[in-house]
Design a protein around this ligand. Structure first.
Ligand SMILES: Nc1nc2c(c(=O)[nH]1)N[C@H]1C(S)=C(S)[C@@H](COP(=O)(O)OP(=O)(O)OC[C@H]3O[C@@H](n4cnc5c(=O)[nH]c(N)nc54)[C@H](O)[C@@H]3O)O[C@H]1N2
Ligand SMILES: Nc1nc2c(c(=O)[nH]1)N[C@H]1C(S)=C(S)[C@@H](COP(=O)(O)OP(=O)(O)OC[C@H]3O[C@@H](n4cnc5c(=O)[nH]c(N)nc54)[C@H](O)[C@@H]3O)O[C@H]1N2
Ligand code: SF4
Ligand SMILES: [Mo]
Length: 695
């Protein structure tokens, strides 16, 4: 029983992951006293994980940014808002006038609200005059967005988490929900206990494998072969839904020809997955009445990540398992609002709802609404921004809520780019690895301190309401961005984020019915039509492209961008743990550090023994581009030949190891396949290099 007394309780939405749990934030004396789950949250139904419920102490951390900071010598000095704004506006204005609008780029935060991200995109497009705007989706699920648009038409999950409960089978590939999306992880466990057959596909034996009927462990980077193998068996054994293929799809014949070569034996050779497991998985999925496909970064963060998502769509189309309850494709989008930041057009090539910047009608619509001419030229993606900074074409960046120096690949390259800029603004709630290189740091507000909306991994708009005030002199992101824009000469005319939401709805047919009132306590899944009706299930009658048909993609398996060799004999996979969140700026400032206080290198006992590594040893990990040191954890969760670590602690600098290889269509980094060499830092008393097989 709750015995504490609160001054008030505010219902809002969790700001960590894309599950989008609805929370009750209980406030006492202007502070968050505790948080409990909202019983009627559509995604969480009275549950949360430990981050949503307990990881709120960061809001009152002494390290919160409470005043603007301006660079002085090697450090920073506190400054007034007037001075900070004046500096930002005069530098951005000067650089725009001297070098043109395309010499400036901005990043929108997928941790912030739709209204913040829309305003940031509008700042770059209308106040500066460039399409150089991108967001964290680039390094996360941009391959999902690309592929779903190609295969089905729209960039979002085709159904809801509720579909998991209606599914007879669920395939989880490259996703680890009990760590990354814990409330969905728990819902999947419940479904499995009720009889839903789980098939997990992951080089590591993830926790949900223990609840499943089958676990496949492919070599990292070989997902395409697994998917082609599954489709081969479905076609070979006559398990396709011929009616669905004929009526609703196109391109099946070409795919069918390609599939012939991907026998389970060929696939076993490429992936290491036993042929009979491929057969069994294909039969279980295809013979079920309803089935869901769930995936994550183990699919997307690869050189051919976007192609693998298209292959996943093939499997669903072949078996007619899309567009009906219990048969959904559910990419588990990562950050609380990475779906929304992209939906809002914080991307270099699209306005809201993925309408291209090159599309004349769309560009005119926004020109009319914003009263300024707009560029038709695609802007830079995040990696292109860093390349352009290094080549001198990009002079300034405005980075809002993204810690690129910790989380983007090839840290040395990112840092060199940030150092080369003439001017860098960082807008965050803490100083970060990135803000070390800033000229001005603007103190912003967290999700508990602002109003607006997020869109979760089910395409659901949900309300965010402020429970407490931003600390000290910090301001909301929305106020900061709209003020900078006004001072640059483009007044957006918004009093509150709700005015902004109204503008988004008025300029975007897909969100036409969205309003604060319509979203209410239970949210609305886009498309939200003008009459307020929303869309839990997509494609029930037609696909959303001109032909109204699902498109098969005949894409062969291709080898990943990196491979183990004599010098770098192990494959490093990177990911996350339950207790910490991405750059860790927030969770490291909560008691979660008492549970996990560093990144660890997971290594299989066989490799550990061969390399003279014991549990707890400090080891050196070297890749083709960098070297780091961290503590080893010897565990059988990982396969021999692979090692695993996280990127939550800045001192580890994990991303020094990751190179430039990236998805061929979207430049999402290949974080999941990095060839490395591991050896103990301190020599073991009995260590003989020749015996350890290293030179
Ligand atoms: N606790 C916590 N939760 C988070 C986050 C966090 O940092 N901490 N971050 C959020 C964000 S931004 C995101 S995007 C999501 C990410 O959540 P997930 O998509 O689940 O991401 P990861 O855990 O990085 O990777 C998923 C799995 O892919 C596997 N994998 C790697 N390579 C391959 C491969 O070639 N094939 C296959 N089949 N599998 C492979 C890995 O072993 C791993 O178990 O989590 C969100 N939730
Ligand atoms: N090696 C490796 N690297 C990876 C990955 C991997 O699997 N392996 N995963 C990648 C993925 S999927 C992602 S999404 C990225 C995530 O990388 P980032 O986006 O850089 O990480 P986050 O910790 O989510 O948040 C970024 C910043 O936003 C700030 N912030 C939070 N809320 C707010 C707010 O409301 N306003 C403002 N102004 N700031 C706010 C935080 O303090 C933090 O500094 O990392 C990527 N990096
Ligand atoms: S599952 Fe995700 S949205 Fe839900 S409480 Fe945990 S971090 Fe927040
Ligand atoms: Mo992500």
């Amino acid at each position: 029983m709750e015995t504490e007394r609160f001054d008030r309780t505010v219902t809002t939405t969790c700001g960590y992951c894309g599950v989008g749990c609805r929370l009750e934030a209980h406030v006492r004396q202007g502070r968050i006293a505790s948080i409990s789950p909202a019983a009627d949250g559509p995604a969480n139904r009275g549950h949360t994980c430990l981050k949503g419920r307990f990881a709120h102490q960061f809001t009152r951390s002494r390290e919160r940014l409470t005043t603007p900071l301006i660079r002085e010598g090697d450090g920073f000095r506190p400054a007034s808002w007037e001075e900070a704004y004046a500096r930002v506006v005069s530098e951005l204005g000067r650089i725009r006038d001297q070098h043109g609008p395309d010499s400036i780029a901005g990043l929108a935060s997928s941790r912030a609200t739709n209204e913040d991200c829309y305003a940031m995109a509008r700042l770059m497009r209308a106040a500066i005059g460039t399409n150089n705007i991108d967001n964290c989706s680039r390094v996360c699920h941009s391959p999902t967005s690309f592929a779903l648009r190609k295969s089905f038409g729209l960039s979002g999950a085709t159904g809801s988490f509720d579909d998991i409960e209606l599914a007879d089978v669920a395939i989880l590939i490259g996703v680890n929900p009990t760590q990354g999306h814990p409330v969905v992880g728990a819902r999947i466990k419940q479904a499995a206990l009720r009889g839903c057959k789980l098939i997990t596909i992951d080089p590591r034996r993830i926790e949900l494998a223990d609840y499943g009927v089958l676990h496949l462990s492919p070599r990292p980077g070989t997902n395409a072969a697994v998917m082609l193998g599954l489709c081969h068996v479905v076609a070979r054994d006559g398990l396709t839904d011929a009616g669905f293929i004929a009526e609703r799809t196109e391109g099946y014949e070409t795919l069918a020809e390609l599939l012939v070569g991907y026998t389970p034996e060929v696939v076993q050779e490429i992936t290491g997955v036993p042929a009979q497991d491929i057969e069994q998985a294909a039969h279980i999925y295809a013979q079920a009445q309803t089935g869901c496909l769930l995936w994550g970064l183990g699919v997307t963060e690869h050189k051919y990540g976007s192609e693998v998502v298209q292959l996943l769509c093939n499997l669903a189309l072949m078996t007619g398992k899309v567009g009906k309850p219990g048969s959904a494709l559910l990419p588990l989008r990562g950050q609380n609002n990475v779906q929304g930041s992209s939906d809002m057009g914080a991307l270099p090539d699209t306005y809201t709802a993925y309408r291209p910047v090159s599309d004349e009608d769309t560009a005119r619509l926004f020109e009319q609404a914003w009263g300024v001419p707009l560029s038709r030229k695609k802007g830079y993606t995040i990696p292109q921004m860093f390349d352009a900074a290094l080549s001198g074409e990009l002079k300034a960046m405005y980075i809002f809520g993204e810690d690129v120096a910790q989380t983007d690949p090839d840290t040395a390259h990112v840092v060199a780019a940030l150092e080369k800029l003439d001017f860098l603004v960082c807008q965050d709630i803490f100083e970060t690895e990135t803000s070390r290189y800033a000229d001005v740091i603007l103190p912003a507000s967290s999700f508990l301190e602002k109003a607006g909306t997020f869109i979760n991994a089910e395409r659901r708009f949900q309300l965010v309401e402020p429970a407490i005030d931003p600390p000290g002199g910090a301001k909301t992101d929305f106020e900061i961005i709209t003020t900078v824009s006004r001072m640059l000469g483009h007044d957006m005319g918004f009093e509150t984020p709700w005015d902004c939401l109204d503008e988004i709805a008025s300029l975007t047919p897909q969100y036409a019915g969205v309003s604060r009132e319509r979203i209410g306590r239970h949210g609305a899944q886009w498309p939200v039509r003008a009459d307020g009706s929303d869309s839990p299930v997509l494609y029930d009658t037609f696909f959303d492209n001109p032909e109204q048909r699902g498109k098969f993609a005949a894409l062969p398996y291709k080898a990943p961008g990196d491979a183990a060799d004599d010098e770098f004999p192990l494959i490093l996979v990177t990911g996350r743990v339950l207790q910490h969140y991405n750059a860790g700026t927030m969770t490291r400032r909560t008691s979660n550090v008492e549970l996990v206080d560093s990144d660890l290198l997971e290594i299989h006992p066989q490799d550990a023994e061969r390399l003279w590594v014991s549990d707890g040893d400090l080891v050196s990990v070297r890749s083709r581009v960098g070297r780091i040191e961290l503590e080893a954890r010897v565990t059988e969760r990982i396969q021999p030949g692979h090692v695993f670590t996280t990127f939550h602690f800045p001192e580890t600098r994990t991303n020094l190891l990751v190179g430039q290889s990236a998805d061929v269509n979207t430049s999402c980094p290949e974080y999941k396949v990095v060839a490395v060499d591991v050896r103990p830092v301190a020599e073991h008393p009995a260590y003989v290099p020749q015996l350890a097989g290293v030179s």
